[in-house]
Design a protein around this ligand. Structure first.
Ligand code: HEM
Length: 436
């Protein structure tokens, strides 16, 4: 039985807007703003957000919290029962194509599945699932992906060795080359104009409806993608979209490229923790030695990436809009109501999770986290991330390869022991080589 939503007072609404929603928007929902993420880490904004939501949950007994935002009414849910209802009730009566997401994503992927209509989704979702092989832990192209990942991480370390260190920007450069190779094929590796265009459009996306569209940039991006997709390399991921037609392939790939940025953030943060904790690093090394070269599943490394995503979710909030009036306890909320699941609040809920702020990758292996409806780093239900398995494969191989180096992390003293910081600015991470 869903709880009856409560209207927050003006003071409470201001507190939620200032402490929960504003930091999410300021950091950039579509591409992180470096100065804002540094500010968020300095102020540990997620700690404050959690305290505000926990206080309101205690006060209103798990009821959804209703607040006005501009001309819209947003409902922030605080109970796992409501998380499940929203995600399982996708795409109707709760569409993932929320007002805010449509405004943001249309800058660079107006026809992406995430913001598509129900009719288009019925076609595009299976196309994405088939190409990404959502149900398979190891994609058919995994041998090529694993090879490319190892080579990219080795190259990063070799380039960094003379200086004895690399930072998040160096990692990101190596990462984008890898992503271009995986998604579009080896010939696209150096086509950095694609990433440059995407970054510019994503920066527009951060401003959602408030920034005018720049279709000429999007057309250039699509034109470049079409050139690579016209005759795709045999093991390029996007080649798997070609049976759906060139136009469909071009329309879905911008989301894929954009979303690999989240995988970089998750890998960097996992690497930071692993580099600060020799016992975990040794476990990953032993796992890699047992697995040998190739596309093996690496359960320990995979669990470290998942744990990084639990502690520092890259999708800061999962949004849904009601497509029709929906009944919540004794209230009916109108069509168009927006719903917000603040990922970090559920992932680190100290009331229900004894190890809320600790690094416990094993809880992903023994099934505790997988069975927990509050853990939504990849969302859940019919619009859950169709690339979850693929992302975990690539990120775990990258992490494992780098864990094999003697890395130390710049802010290791904050990461060596639990509890871990609520907010971590991955863009400011820096690693030393051979100094452990
Ligand atoms: C760490 C990396 C990633 C994370 C944490 C992540 C997370 C998510 C989340 C939370 C959603 C659902 C949003 C919602 O429910 O509103 C989503 C959707 C999606 N993701 Fe990912 N994602 C990642 C990487 C990727 C990659 C690399 C790809 C493609 C290669 C991808 C493809 C998609 C697609 C196509 C959707 C839309 C699904 C739909 O609307 O049915 N994601 N992702």
């Amino acid at each position: 039985m869903p709880g009856t939503p409560v209207d927050l007072t003006a003071a409470e609404s201001t507190r939620v807007a200032a402490s929960v929603l504003l930091p999410l928007v300021a950091q950039g929902a579509i591409i992180r703003r470096p100065r804002a993420t540094a500010w968020a880490e300095r102020h540990q904004t997620d700690r404050r957000a959690r305290a505000v939501l926990a206080g309101l949950r205690d006060r209103y007994g798990d009821a959804p919290l209703v607040l006005p935002v501009g001309r819209r009414r947003l409902v922030v849910v605080t109970h796992s029962r409501d998380v499940r209802r929203l995600l399982e009730g996708t795409p109707a009566p709760f569409t993932p194509a929320s007002f805010e997401k449509r405004g943001a994503l249309a800058h660079f992927q107006p026809d992406g599945v995430l913001i598509s209509s129900a009719a288009a989704r019925a076609v595009l979702r299976p196309v994405n699932e088939a190409a990404l092989q959502s149900a398979r832990p190891v994609h058919d192209h995994a041998p090529a992906f694993a090879r490319a990942t190892s080579a990219a991480m080795d190259g990063l370390v070799e380039r960094a060795r003379p200086a004895g260190q690399f930072d998040a920007a160096d990692f990101t450069d190596a990462w984008w080359e890898l992503v271009l190779e995986i998604v579009l094929g080896a010939a696209a590796r150096t086509d950095r104009r694609i990433i440059d265009l995407l970054d510019r459009l994503r920066r527009d996306g951060n401003w959602s409806w408030f920034r005018p569209r720049r279709p000429w940039l999007r057309h250039e991006l699509e034109h470049r993608l079409a050139a690579h997709l016209d005759t795709p390399a045999p093991d390029a991921l996007a080649g798997r979209l070609r049976p759906a037609g060139l136009a469909t392939a071009v329309s879905q790939v911008p989301h894929w490229l954009f979303a690999f940025d989240a995988a970089a953030a998750a890998t960097l943060r996992a690497l930071a923790v692993v580099s600060a904790r020799p016992e975990i690093r040794d476990r990953l090394r032993a796992e890699a030695a047992r697995a040998g070269p190739g596309p093996a599943l690496l359960p320990d490394a995979r669990a470290c990436v998942l744990e990084s995503l639990r502690l520092w979710p890259t999708t800061l909030a999962v949004l849904r809009d009601a497509t029709r009036p929906t009944v919540w306890g004794r209230r009916t909320l109108p069509a168009g109501t927006g719903f917000v699941i603040v990922s970090a609040f559920f992932h680190r809920d100290p009331r229900r999770l004894a190890h809320a702020d600790d690094f416990v990758p094993h809880a992903w292996i023994d099934g505790r986290h997988e069975a927990d409806a509050r853990m939504v780093p990849f969302s859940a239900g019919p619009a859950a991330c169709p690339a979850r398995n693929l992302v975990l494969l690539v990120a775990s191989h990258a992490l494992s390869r780098l864990a094999d180096q003697d890395l130390c992390v710049g802010r290791g003293r904050f990461l060596r022991e639990d509890p871990l910081p609520c907010t971590m600015d991955h863009l400011a991470l820096r690693f030393g080589i051979g100094a452990v």
